[in-house]
Design a protein. Structure first.
Length: 211
């Protein structure tokens, strides 16, 4: 197997959003055909992020003064905070022979499989990317493609404080409710949930299995 076909997994812990974004951009713009794909598993301090075409009016209030960062992914506004698993997927899609639509489907499937391992039924929602339980959002995703390589990724609510979601229209949808694994009696921490999620990525996309 060529070095470029392998996968590196990085466990970054609690990482500031802006430094992580700049690191993703740098990785993506400087990688070449031999650069191994990477998956970064981490958490962020409290931050709102707004997609490149997002409407800032979806931030309804901000009593805690949480930073708002406009970024280069698609989609509207969302919230990240401690207790939320974030997985950044730095993948050369043509090398993996994966189309973007298929990649998004596989990301959602990995989330759904992770939930199923806890006895929870996750579902897709037409026209609203992400994963839901009984219509309530538990997992979000947003990608950016540059030179046919992906960055950004997904967020799964584990045990974070959901209050800031009530201060926005999550992903641009008024009244959209959010939930978390802890609301269903799941006590695993972010690291344990991340290990399960990573295993499902490696199962669904065999070429992503590390060497």
């Amino acid at each position: 197997m060529n070095e470029g076909d392998s996968l590196r997994v990085k466990h970054l812990g609690l990482t500031g959003y802006a430094p992580a974004l700049e690191a993703m951009k740098l990785f993506t713009t400087t990688r070449d055909a031999q650069t191994p794909d990477e998956i970064w598993l981490l958490e962020h301090p409290p931050v709102f992020t707004l997609g490149q075409a997002g409407n800032p009016d979806h931030l309804l209030q901000n009593p805690a003064g949480i930073p708002l960062i406009r970024i280069d992914r698609g989609g509207q506004i969302t919230y990240h905070g401690p207790g939320q698993l974030v997985a950044y997927l730095l993948v050369d899609l043509p090398r993996r022979q994966i189309k973007l639509r298929e990649f998004i489907h596989l990301i959602e499937e990995a989330l759904i499989s992770t939930l199923a391992g806890y006895g929870l039924q996750g579902e897709r929602k037409r026209g609203a990317p992400g994963v839901y339980i009984d219509g309530v959002k538990i997992g979000a995703l947003g990608l950016r493609i540059k030179n046919a390589c992906s960055y950004h990724g997904l967020a799964l609510n584990v045990n974070l404080d959901l209050t800031p979601f009530s201060w926005i229209n999550p992903c641009g949808y008024e009244g959209l409710k959010s939930t978390r694994l802890a609301d269903f009696g799941i006590h695993d921490d972010v690291e344990a949930v991340g290990s399960r999620l990573l295993g499902h990525f490696q199962r669904l996309i065999p070429a992503l299995a590390p060497t």
